[in-house]
Design a binder for this molecule. Structure first.
Ligand SMILES: [Zn+2]
Length: 377
């Protein structure tokens, strides 16, 4: 058995920060203690935070690769480059494309799971193709179809177990049949790219939807006589709200409003990053569309935002510095909450018995060390 002791650091627990020693044995966290075991390998975390690794439940790509490019090398590239930003688990996220292309991407995700070198693939997030073209964002409308169970099965084939999250527009015909089918399967259903009224969103939430995707973006807004999907997200305590906190997709004041509505328990930070994340400004691709990356944003030719180039440690820094959160609460939005939203109970929190997915970072949230299931990467 391999035993490691991370000493001298500030350990970020769910509700507080403690200055103790974190003990890892093999792939698990086994103790949080005043003592240093004699037989342990020592990691000196002097001056650093010792944090649960981040969990990104919405990322299309990074480092020049996209989850829709169906090769192991592409998923491995995303895995390795997202780890640099502190992400230890992620859902490679597909986008609205022809059914056979999504199926190929799903098969590649299944085949690559457990084999990548960086952050772990813990499932997939299907973003589309069950969307409303009125709020298409960067999702190509010609590939949008209805959420029948038959169409869903065509997307995933025999690989239903890989699906941890699906984003859909709840006003589409057949949504409730699909929600009934997905019930008790451990899939987070999230409302997105949608023209739904508040009432239509509420009906889907009552039928089991537990999330809203990049909340505020590509959905009906909250107004006083039509509370929209944003209003339904805010008022239902069962619903997790994804937020792209890059300072571009959502104004920080609007982010604070959402935080007040959802509390630190139900807000989720995501990157929604595309292949240009981590690379220089220039012209890239999202599916078949050209994307222009400049000044921190990624846009289609028509100006629509096309995902982000955000990094998880940057959005956590924004939560810490711009939303006025304590460090443990800022981290919670990027670790515990996303894990809980997709029913993953052994990651996202430093707790005895959980998997040892640990990152070390400084006061500026610059990542200094990454540990995935007990192994320093
Ligand atoms: Zn989207």
């Amino acid at each position: 058995m391999m035993k490691t002791c991370i000493t001298n650091g500030k350990i970020i627990l769910l509700d507080q920060v403690v200055e103790k020693n974190l003990i890892i044995e093999d792939n698990l966290i086994t103790d949080i203690t005043e003592n240093i075991p004699e037989d342990a390998k020592i990691i000196d975390a002097k001056g650093l935070f010792v944090s649960p690794g981040f969990v990104d439940v919405h990322t299309h790509g990074r480092g020049g690769s996209d989850s829709m490019y169906p090769t192991y090398e592409d998923l491995n590239q995303i895995s390795k480059t997202t780890l640099e930003s502190g992400v230890t688990s992620f859902l490679p996220t597909t986008m609205t494309m022809p059914v056979e292309d999504i199926y190929k991407a799903v098969v590649n995700i299944v085949d690559s799971q457990g084999k990548v070198d960086g952050a772990k693939i813990i499932g997939t997030h299907l973003e589309g193709p069950f969307f409303n073209s009125m709020y298409k964002g960067a999702q190509p409308e010609e590939c949008m179809i209805l959420p029948t169970v038959e169409n869903y099965k065509a997307l995933v084939g025999e690989h239903e177990k890989i699906v941890k999250k699906i984003s859909l527009a709840p006003e589409l015909e057949h949504t409730l049949e699909l929600l009934e089918y997905l019930k008790d399967k451990g899939v987070s259903v999230s409302l997105a790219h949608t023209n739904a009224t508040y009432e239509e969103a509420q009906t889907a939430i009552d039928a089991g939807a537990n999330s809203t995707t990049h909340t505020y973006n590509a959905m009906t807004a909250l107004t006083h006589r039509a509370p929209g999907v944003v209003g339904a997200s805010m008022i239902n305590d069962s619903v997790y709200a994804e937020l792209i906190l890059d300072g571009i997709h959502v104004h920080f004041a609007a982010a604070k409003v959402l935080l007040r509505a959802k509390g630190k328990e139900k807000l989720i930070l995501v990157t929604d990053s595309m292949e240009a994340a981590g690379l220089e400004d220039g012209t890239y691709k999202l599916g078949t569309q050209a994307v222009f990356v400049k000044d921190g944003s990624a846009r289609l030719e028509n100006g629509a935002l096309a995902g982000s180039i955000a990094s998880m440690n940057n959005v956590v820094r924004n939560a810490y510095q711009n939303l006025g959160l304590e460090i443990n609460d800022a981290v919670r939005l990027a670790s515990y909450n996303p894990a809980q939203s997709i029913y993953e109970n052994n990651i996202g929190e430093i707790k005895v018995g959980n998997l040892a997915d640990i990152i070390l970072f400084n006061d500026n949230i610059d990542i200094q060390m990454k540990i995935v299931e007990g192994i320093v990467k």
